[in-house]
Ligand binder design. Structure first.
Ligand SMILES: [Zn+2]
Length: 232
């Protein structure tokens, strides 16, 4: 599946181990648009986002949304706000983090853009205030760092939390998703397989012991090679 015409990506020039080719910064909309994540405050990065938006026919970048507050996702947010006059939003739990946010959002909020709306899904795990954004019209999920184009999301305690992460992945499986646009790496065309693979991969890393504990506590059940959350 290809990206719908009203969605474009400008990848920030910050490639690395954690950021893969660089952070994907998405422009979503038609006349008016929303930008999801701004990694760098450099003029080159601002120009790249704005030129990409103009090429799509966008007249105004209305809002900036952040999947989470790691620097490779929010480092350029204030600069883009200043440059475009866009309103900057942040998850309720991170209010005040950047100092100049214009609005807050929380789970289930709906944020309009020219031609549609994004549903906020608070998906803690990678970071406790992490949000994904779901566009039901095109069945597109902007997954931030909860699901990457390749590899597996990194969970660093104490703010990262594996139990929350598993729960967030399980929840994403309930949505009708045709395409995942991740915070790093290429788009994901078989989302369910990818999300399930994420749940599996979790088990293959150092959290094995943690999962064993959850199984012992009867909070997680293992079936074949998949893990399921119980009691919710
Ligand atoms: Zn990231």
């Amino acid at each position: 599946m290809t990206q719908p015409a009203h969605i474009a990506n400008f990848t920030a020039d910050n490639p690395g181990m954690m950021t893969l080719q660089g952070t994907n910064q998405y422009i979503v909309g038609k006349d008016s648009a929303v930008v999801i994540d701004v990694a760098l405050s450099s003029d080159g990065n601002m120009d790249g986002i704005i030129e990409q938006a103009e090429a799509m026919g966008v007249k105004k970048i209305e809002k900036i949304l952040l999947t989470h507050i790691h620097i490779d996702h929010c480092g350029g947010a204030l600069a883009l706000k200043k440059r475009t006059g866009a309103k900057l939003g942040i998850h309720r739990s991170r209010a005040g983090y950047l100092g100049e946010e214009d609005f807050r959002y929380d789970d289930q909020d709906r944020i309009p853009f020219g031609g549609g709306e994004l549903q906020v899904l608070h998906t803690p795990g990678h970071e406790s205030g992490h949000c994904c954004f779901y566009e039901s019209g095109d069945k597109v999920l902007f997954s931030g760092d909860n699901i990457l184009g390749f590899g597996t999301a990194v969970i660093h305690p104490p703010d990262g939390n594996m139990t929350d992460y598993l729960q967030s992945l399980e929840r994403l499986l309930e949505f009708n998703i045709d395409l995942i646009l991740p915070g790093h790496g290429p788009l994901v065309g078989k989302p369910e397989a990818k999300i399930s693979a994420g749940l599996q991969r979790v088990a293959e890393f150092s959290v094995q012991a943690h999962l064993e504990k959850l199984i012992r506590d009867e909070r997680v059940k293992r079936e074949d090679r998949r893990y399921h959350l119980l009691g919710h």
